[in-house]
Design a binder for this molecule. Structure first.
Ligand code: HXC
Length: 515
């Protein structure tokens, strides 16, 4: 056989595999508003960068006449490519082939590309669109999932892992995305649940649609399983590209440094953003934008636990992770969900050498029976643990309220912030003036001829004495009280200093965080 005919044979085989599950299945995929697995990879990666492997892998099913079936690529496309010229490993499940179900060889292909990602130390992107474990392959499908979960865990903190849910992701299959760092969902397309509507109806008699049970909005707003929500697949890919620009390839590298850019000072003026009335809320994202390079802020988990804001930005071209209480929502309190959200983000930044900038304005942890019974002690402890454990540069700015446990938890000096700055508007105390005065002056207020008047006077007395940054500054817990317009300058300067710090944690196998 000549080279030409061999090449023709190769092309024929490739063309056959590229047909996926065939015309009908491809039409069904399109009709449900979804791109095909191959289209997704090509839309996400840099043009002409995709290199596919294991295209000719054959499935291993023997039972239920599976041995007579041809499943191109065994329902998953794997390979390498680049995003913004940075290398990545990628897999995309092909729903047109046996519903993207995960059989033995399908799992082997995913495991192999995960191994490559770990060996080459580059990010892993998994596009999920699957009916779950391939029923005909029994325990081999379960074994496949186990192999993937194990690899997800080993890779955690070594390479960034990104999961994209672009179809069903059902049953135990959800646990691979749950073990990864960032989960992207698309409205009306993503569906994630452990047990579907049918099982719920049978077992509990409850009726619910797939969308209401585990649609994109549910996971972006309520469960917190998703980190990014998009209206379309194309928007989702743009979000992934943006994320990749902020993070390093692996835990031994630093994120790419971009040319520094001043914030858009016409649009974001701290004087206008920050209210003079200490009771008035404001959007802390505008404070971040007033400080970050080019006023660019890429928010993570925007729709979940909005009382805390986390996300990436740059200072003098260097990626930093911002963690900020959001006075617009629940006065920025820490509760179970916001603690989980912050702690996970802090740990990601610490694992991948991304300095942390914390902005503090909170009345403390959220009181209430619901929160206590939901485990606010356990969840809240995660923030303390994550900040205390983090060894990346840690810079803190106290904007306004820093009361009680909230003061300590939000990367205080005591959790080893490298620098703590406070605006003159900062109020650092055990609790707010109203609550404090009611407790410590209870008897005096009660005995007074005019309790209301006395209460007001004593609240004001307490405010004068403690609701300021100077008591903390007097003990050195605050390094400098600065004017708001000096913030960027102080942050960029201290970031440059803190970049060369080295902290050696005590020798241990690993800590035991309050998961
Ligand atoms: C084998 C499967 C499959 C599966 C779908 N297919 N899921 N084949 N194993 N798990 C096949 C279908 O038979 C069909 O083949 C094709 O894929 C398309 O599926 P449809 O049902 O026609 O598509 P649709 O109507 O869009 O419904 C999608 C779906 C549904 C909601 C995902 O297919 C479904 O409910 N599948 C089963 C989900 C599930 O219970 N999976 C197991 C979970 S347990 P044909 O040949 O007709 O085109 C699990 C355990 C993992 O995953 C544990 C890890 C710890």
């Amino acid at each position: 056989m000549s080279l030409r005919s061999k090449t023709t044979e190769l092309k024929r085989r490739m063309q056959e595999a590229f047909q996926g599950g065939g015309e009908q299945a491809l039409e069904k995929q399109k009709a449900s508003g979804k791109m095909t697995a191959r289209e997704r990879i090509l839309a996400l990666l840099d043009p002409n960068s995709f290199h596919e492997y294991d295209l000719f892998v054959k499935h291993a099913g023997q039972d239920f006449d599976m041995d007579k079936k041809y499943l191109p690529g065994d329902g998953v496309i794997t390979g390498t490519g680049s995003i913004n010229a940075w290398p990545v490993c990628i897999f995309a499940q092909d729903f047109t082939v046996a519903g993207g179900s995960l059989g033995y060889m399908h799992a082997k292909k995913i495991a192999k590309i995960m191994d490559h990602a770990m060996k080459m130390k580059v990010p892993l992107i998994g596009i999920n669109d699957s009916g779950g474990a391939r029923i005909q392959e029994g325990v081999n499908s379960l074994a496949g999932y186990g192999e993937i979960f194990y690899r997800n865990t080993q890779a955690s903190g070594v390479i960034p892992q990104i999961s994209v849910i672009l179809g069903p992701c059902a049953g135990g299959a959800v646990y691979s995305p749950a073990l990864t760092d960032f989960v992207f969902v698309v409205d009306k397309i993503s569906k994630m649940f452990i047990t579907g509507p049918e099982v719920i109806k049978t077992v509990l008699g409850e009726e619910i649609s797939m969308e209401d049970l585990g649609g994109a909005r549910v996971h972006a707003e309520i469960t917190g399983n998703a980190h990014f929500f998009a209206e379309s697949e194309q928007e989702c890919f743009e979000q992934i590209k943006r994320l990749v620009s902020y993070i390093p390839w692996n835990n031994e590298k630093k994120a790419e440094v971009f040319p520094k850019k001043a914030p858009k000072s016409r649009q974001y003026k701290l004087d206008h953003i920050f209210p003079t009335n200490p009771m008035q809320p404001y959007d802390v994202r505008d404070v971040i934008r007033a400080i970050a390079d080019d006023s660019d802020f890429f928010e993570v988990q925007e729709l979940f636990a909005a009382n805390i804001v986390v996300g990436f930005g740059r200072l003098d071209g260097m990626t930093v992770g911002f963690v900020a209480n959001q006075p617009l929502v629940l006065a920025g309190v820490l509760d179970c969900d916001s603690s989980d959200k912050a702690a996970r983000f802090i740990r990601f930044c610490d694992a991948f050498n991304i300095p942390l900038v914390t902005m503090v304005d909170l009345p403390g942890y959220l009181p209430g029976v619901d929160q206590e019974h939901a485990g606010v002690i356990r969840h809240g402890a995660k923030v303390l643990y994550a900040y205390s454990e983090a060894t990346v540069p840690k810079l803190t700015i106290i904007l306004r309220k820093a009361y009680g446990g909230g003061y300590i938890a939000m990367c205080s000096n005591h959790l080893r912030a490298d620098f703590v700055f406070a605006w003159p508007t900062a109020e650092i105390a055990v609790m707010g003036p109203e609550g404090a005065a009611n407790i410590i002056f209870r008897n005096e207020i009660k005995a007074s001829d005019n309790p209301e008047e006395t209460r007001k006077r004593l609240i004001e007395e307490y405010r004068q004495k403690f609701a300021n940054p100077y008591v903390a500054a007097a003990y050195g817990y605050v390094d400098a009280v600065i004017e708001p317009h000096e913030t960027r300058n102080y942050l960029t300067h201290s970031l440059t200093l803190a970049l060369s710090k080295r902290e050696v944690p005590p020798i241990k196998k690993h800590g035991i965080p309050p998961f």
